[in-house]
Ligand binder design. Structure first.
Ligand code: G3P
Length: 310
């Protein structure tokens, strides 16, 4: 590449002398600052390149330093870093929680070997006939002993002070307890308080991206969008999971998206596609993932044919 300065010097009135000076100037200062090709390096080291002007060592150093600074500057440009980061596919291995307070179902899912945690709510506790503080506490203890993973225990208070008091008691039951707090004004305040005091929370009853932003801002460990109930109201629950995931990625929120109110195996598949961090499901939906008629037909045929090989 001939610099413009070279051309100017060539056509100047001093003529030949200028041209020689220019050639030397170019070889000494410009050439070493161009990225050297492999052939250039080879020619420096061979007898064929002996007669050529080699770049001064200082110029090589300058060139390397210049390239290095350019590279560092490029990498430190936050827009570039952010873009590269966002383009990286995030590695998510969706966790499976079971959404029940039924000990037999928890045991069955746990024995399948795929269970990462449990979520409960007051309706699920009532369904199992768990009544009174002592029985509730004992029930959570039992679940924590059965499953080594996060266990969501929901508060039934709705004012800030009461949520905090109740949540502190629930969190004291076991280190794996995550306090489940409803998406209400005092709930958000309480989530912030719990975050500041080292208690993990799961913000429940989330039906919009705006609610999800608030609970992430307050520092919830999990946000629970209710997929099935959104579907029930004529909207698309899984789309909310996608939207929240997108917002959290763009904004860098650490809150995990826990898809709740799962009603079918297809919900689980679609939540995995949408990038949910966790899917909390009834046992029926988890077991539904196993089923395919062609698997049953194929297995029956294999077993039948196997008899011929005995
Ligand atoms: O975790 C919340 C979930 O249990 C709600 O499910 O089926 O009652 O909408 P569902």
């Amino acid at each position: 590449m001939t610099p413009r300065l070279t051309q100017k010097l060539v056509i100047n009135e001093v003529g030949q002398e200028s041209a020689i000076f220019n050639k030397k100037w170019q070889a000494t200062y410009i050439a070493p600052l161009q990225p050297p090709t492999l052939a250039t390096f080879r020619s420096w080291g061979s007898s064929a390149g002996a007669g050529r002007v080699r770049p001064a060592k200082t110029n090589v150093r300058k060139f390397l330093l210049y390239s290095w600074l350019k590279l560092v500057g490029f990498c430190l440009d936050h827009r570039v870093v952010k873009r590269l980061y966002l383009q990286q596919p995030q590695i998510i291995i969706m966790k499976f929680f079971i959404d029940t307070a039924n000990l037999n179902q928890i045991k069955e899912a746990h024995e399948l070997g795929i269970l990462d945690g449990v979520t409960t709510n007051p309706s699920l506790m009532a369904k199992e006939g768990i009544k009174g503080n002592d029985a509730i506490t004992q029930h959570y203890k039992t679940i924590c002993e059965m499953v080594d993973g996060d266990i969501s225990a929901e508060v039934i208070s709705t004012t800030f002070n009461e949520i905090v008091e109740e949540g502190k008691k629930l969190a004291a039951i076991h280190p794996n307890i995550v306090v489940k707090v409803p998406m209400i004004k005092d709930g958000v305040k309480a989530i912030k308080w719990f975050t500041d005091n080292g208690i993990r929370t799961n913000c429940t009853l989330v039906f919009s991206a705006g609610q999800a932003i608030l609970c992430a801002k307050a520092g919830a460990a999990y946000v629970s969008p209710f997929i099935g109930r959104i579907d029930d109201s004529g909207w698309e629950g899984v789309q909310l999971v996608e939207q929240i995931k997108h917002i959290y990625t763009v904004q860098g929120y650490k809150t995990q998206v826990l898809a709740a109110s799962i009603r079918s195996p297809n919900h689980i598949v679609r939540c995995a596609e949408a990038g949910a961090d966790v899917c909390t499901c009834p046992l029926e939906s988890i077991l539904g993932l196993l089923k395919h008629p062609l698997t049953d037909i194929g297995l029956a045929k294999f077993l039948e044919d196997a008899k011929k090989t005995v």
